[in-house]
Ligand binder design. Structure first.
Ligand SMILES: [Zn+2]
Length: 240
């Protein structure tokens, strides 16, 4: 079981060696990327019916999703690559969604946010990537709007400036809204190979980041949001 979880981690975390072999790029965030034309391994990106991100503005159900996080102050390691700013975590943190335990693997960022709400995208999003012991993936997305500086982002931006492999320490809770009401649906990785079966949670309440923090993330990431994908026949639960 551990092996499957580790495989998922490798695919998502992309070791430095894998990052150098990256053969795809984000586009303008609107035009379909057509990643399947680059590599046949990415067929699902264009053929899949359960892809991410989506516009969260048209939910077809409402309810309080049972989500509890087990976050705290922990050590992480900065991982960088083309269109990638990420912090890899040691074991110990996670979330429980609907009774299922997910272990936190890493948090990475996109500028602008990938999910939209009625067409609106935020300037920055954090994706907390988790996996169960069986390798099932679960992500918690937290949007950031411009406002007060975020203390965890201060530590991360500083670490990014020092380069990959830099150790950082911050309270993960500082990046998560106190009232954790979430949108919930089943989707995919937003990057090739666009694997489906990802348990998506997107916080309804945005956090704030300073203009300087957002600019620093944009400088390292560039445009890094995938185009919006159709909801199709999926269930999309919005918070009450
Ligand atoms: Zn992401």
């Amino acid at each position: 079981m551990k092996t499957i979880a580790t495989l998922a981690l490798v695919a998502l975390a992309a070791s430095p060696a894998l990052a150098q072999e990256k053969d795809w790029n984000f586009g303008d965030g609107v035009t379909p990327e057509r990643w399947s034309t680059i590599n046949t391994d990415y067929a699902l990106c264009d053929a899949g019916l359960n892809q991410s991100p989506i516009d969260l503005g048209m939910p077809n159900a409402r309810g309080d999703v049972q989500l509890e996080t087990n976050f705290g102050t922990g050590d992480g390691t900065i991982a960088l690559g083309t269109e990638k700013v990420q912090v890899d975590f040691e074991e110990g943190f996670g979330m429980n969604s609907g009774g299922k335990e997910f272990n936190l693997i890493q948090v990475h960022f996109h500028t602008p946010s990938e999910h939209a709400v009625s067409g609106k995208r935020y300037p920055l999003v954090a994706h907390f990537v988790h996996a169960t012991d069986e390798g099932e993936l679960g992500v918690l997305g937290v949007m950031f709007e411009e406002g007060e500086a975020n203390s965890a982002l201060t530590e991360i931006v500083s670490g990014v400036g020092q380069g990959k492999g830099t150790s950082v320490s911050f309270d993960i809770n500082d990046m998560v809204p106190a009232d954790l009401d979430v949108y919930r649906y089943m989707g995919s990785l937003t990057t090739p190979p666009c694997s489906e079966g990802v348990n998506w949670h997107v916080a309804n309440t945005p956090m704030t980041a300073s203009a300087e923090q957002i600019a620093a993330m944009e400088a390292n990431l560039g445009p890094s949001a995938r185009s919006l994908q159709p909801l199709g026949s999926r269930l999309l639960v919005a918070p009450d």
